[in-house]
Write a protein that binds this ligand. Structure first.
Ligand SMILES: Cc1cc2nc3c(=O)[nH]c(=O)nc-3n(C[C@H](O)[C@H](O)[C@H](O)COP(=O)(O)O)c2cc1C
Length: 192
């Protein structure tokens, strides 16, 4: 498959079956993340892959705890793949996906967020190529702010000066692939 086809085939998926992804696919997706462009060539982002449905669900629920809806007026994401913005009854911010990759950035590094999302994009594309559905999820730091979150970071030996930035959830889609939304016009120019 050409890269542009993979790019166009990728969708944010929020409905998953119970089927777990293989360890080999998890390794390949993590490798794609490790090869992402990174500010200053510092390779500062850290990636923790969790291939455990129970733990992924636990962290997904922590991700939604204390979610502030007050600034969401008028926000709308998708009919086909409703997000936590569209449906307040969703309590698991990882939507039942069986695997997740947590992306950490080094505190006080000005490009930690940009680096993290570069890793995330590489990983969702690698997942798509392998036939695995995914979605990038935000609110990394808030997710681990409670005692249970801090305990997990200690268990995983995440350095004190690192914080979670975002996530890539992974699994197999339940139901139909969503349609690709038409692209807004006039967003692209070429100047010669
Ligand atoms: C920076 C960023 C943060 C996102 N955070 C979330 C999130 O927390 N929860 C979620 O369901 N989707 C999240 N998404 C997925 C977007 O909603 C999705 O990319 C967008 O609706 C376009 O749909 P598509 O990815 O299927 O093209 C995020 C995407 C990006 C790029």
């Amino acid at each position: 498959m050409e890269l542009i086809e993979i790019i166009k085939r990728r969708h944010s998926v929020r409905k998953y079956t119970d089927r777990q992804i293989s360890r080999i696919n998890m390794e390949k997706i993590l490798e794609a993340g490790a090869y992402a462009p990174n500010a200053g060539g510092g390779q500062r982002s850290m990636l923790v892959g969790i291939r455990n449905r129970e733990l992924t669900t636990k962290i997904g629920i922590m991700n939604m705890r204390g979610f502030d809806r007050s600034g969401l007026i008028g926000s709308y994401v998708s009919d086909e793949q409703p997000s936590v913005i569209d449906d307040p009854s969703i309590k698991n911010g990882f939507y039942g996906a069986p695997s997740v990759i947590v992306i950490f950035g080094q505190n006080n590094f000005m490009f930690k967020t940009a680096d993290a999302f570069c890793c995330a994009e590489n990983m969702v594309l690698q997942a798509t190529e392998a036939g695995i559905s995914s979605c990038i999820i935000s609110r990394g730091e808030e997710t681990f702010s409670g005692d249970d979150g801090k305990a997990l970071l200690r268990e995983w030996n995440v350095p004190e000066n690192y914080s979670a930035i975002c996530f890539v959830i992974l699994g197999y889609i339940s139901g139909e692939q969503p349609q690709t939304k038409p692209r807004k016009q006039d967003r692209i120019k070429i100047i010669e």
